[in-house]
Write a protein that binds this ligand. Structure first.
Ligand code: HEC
Length: 289
């Protein structure tokens, strides 16, 4: 390096150092340089402030007459003729969910109030129409969200359920989840637990909530599917409730099962009584044929 090159290099280093530090932490009264002033300083009114510009003194302007507000319900819900049109349906659903006025549908509650353990607080039956589609929706979501712990059959023996360090995961085939005289047997309570989760007396989580993942209709679907799972247990292999195709499959997979069921009944001298072993919940009836 000759002396000239050395001087130039030193100068460059010094300039770079100054360039990097000069603006840091320095205060100045001069206005900042604005390359695009119109983007930095956009004239605007503060919300809720009084306006000197508009005669009515309001900074926040009312919507121009006839404006269709976005995200609100522009329909007259009292007016049935309008409310029943298909285009209005989306808005009606939005509004209904926003207001969540219908306690049965949105909270699973009867409106009677009371403790969680009070059966009267919970609707006994699913308050929306239960059809095949709802149960299928429920099956899908149950298998995604609940089966890991509660098991695909709802017996609490899912892969996570078996290793669950805390409490024993609920087995939906327990009588207490079927008997509507108990709060745990009410559709509304199962819906509520699925949505809100479970906490112990100290607020420690026992089961996570799924409200964030499943909306009301989806959770009622899960409840319907749980009812279908319950109804599918304890059905004698030769019962009329088991479709012919399934009976053949069972007979092939478990040789002697159907014969044993018939023999067991004959031994007990019982007439075929399907209602004794299976009580199809009216709620789930639509889909369990
Ligand atoms: C991470 C594991 C896990 C998942 C996932 C899970 N649960 Fe649970 N659930 C539990 C445990 C554990 C209990 C028992 C808690 C207890 O009794 O302390 C339980 C209990 C319940 C009960 C009975 C409540 C009672 O008071 O006896 C219902 C109903 C229930 N779960 C519904 C659901 C539904 C619906 C889903 C899916 C949307 C779901 N659970 C997903 C772990 C889980």
């Amino acid at each position: 390096m000759n002396p000239t090159t050395r001087t130039i290099t030193a100068l460059l280093v010094a300039m770079t150092a100054i360039g990097m530090t000069a603006c840091r932490g320095e205060r100045t009264d001069k206005p900042p340089r604005q390359l695009f002033p119109d983007m930095d300083d956009q004239p605007r009114f503060e919300a809720q402030r009084e306006s000197e510009f508009f005669v009515d003194g309001r900074t926040m302007r009312p919507a121009v007459e006839g404006t269709v507000p976005w995200g609100r319900t522009p329909i007259d819900v009292e007016n049935e003729a309008v409310a029943e049109t298909t285009w209005a349906e989306t808005f009606r659903v939005q509004r209904a969910r926003f207001l969540a006025e219908d306690e049965a549908v949105y909270a699973g509650e009867t409106g009677a109030g009371g403790e969680e353990t009070d059966p009267a607080r919970w609707v006994e039956r699913i308050p929306i129409e239960v059809d095949r589609e709802l149960i299928e929706l429920g099956r899908k979501n149950f298998n995604i969200y609940c089966a890991a712990c509660h098991g695909y059959e709802g017996d609490g023996m899912g892969p996570v359920g078996q290793r669950w360090a805390g409490q024993i995961v609920a087995n939906y085939h327990d009588e207490k989840y079927k008997d509507p005289a108990l709060f745990t047997g009410r559709d509304g309570y199962i819906f509520y637990v699925g949505r809100q989760g479970l906490y112990d007396a100290n607020g420690v989580l026992r089961m996570p909530p799924f409200k964030q993942a499943l909306d009301e209709r989806e959770m009622w679907g899960v409840v319907a599917y749980i009812r279908a799972l319950q109804a599918s247990r304890g059905v004698p292999a030769d019962s009329d409730l088991v479709p012919e195709s399934e009976r053949d499959r069972l007979a092939a997979q478990h040789p002697g099962l159907v014969d044993r069921a018939i023999a067991a009944r004959a031994a007990a001298q019982e007439p075929v009584d399907q209602t004794a072993s299976v009580e199809p919940e009216p709620a789930a009836e639509g889909g369990v044929q």
